[in-house]
Design a protein around this ligand. Sequence first.
Ligand code: VGL
Ligand code: ZN
Length: 214
Amino acid sequence: MYKASFFTLIMKALLVVDLQYDFLPGGKLAVPNGNEIIEVINRIQEKFELIIATQDWHPQNHKSFASQYPAKKVFDVVDLNGLNQVLWPDHCISGTKGAEFTKEWNSNCISAIFRKGLDREIDSYSGFFDNGKRRNTGLAGYLRDKNVSELYICGLAADFCVFYSAVDAVELDFRTYFLDFATKPITDTGLIEAKKIMKLKGIEIVENENQLIL
Ligand code: VGL
Ligand code: ZN
């Protein structure tokens, strides 16, 4: 429990998730209308002192890729080292154009980048941990070191990496805001489900830009 003191320092940070070519129209795992959030993020990030990014960054033979299983296809689910794994098209392969941040995003203001999905044997949707919580990326420690208490999360995709990052953030005791107007889902039904879970966990859903009062 937080003990009342004479003043409370609230440090807010913006986490921009996976704003990479492969998640944008024309990319390998394109999120429908994903491009529409770029200008929104460029605008809102001016209100934050601290902006951090995640970057999906896979080896070319990552076991979340359907191409690694001759008998399987994209969106099938397999068991990967004890976890259910959705199979994706090959995407965000380290060092390729698809893994780069879009040039339309003003990414020069970011203070740190946390890469995830590097281990071939396990996927990593959240910016904090891999999907089995076996390893952490260093993001939580970085935010604590900067005294961040409130985390605002946007980017791609709403129903995967943004959602899982938000859940981990709230469970790590950050006051967590899901910026609904600055994210897009892979599927609308996935986002509806994700929002239900986030509300139950105490994540604040910020529906539109006017509601973002900082
Ligand atoms: C993502 C699926 C696979 C995401 C990353 O950024 O939401 N989704 N890898
Ligand atoms: Zn990925």
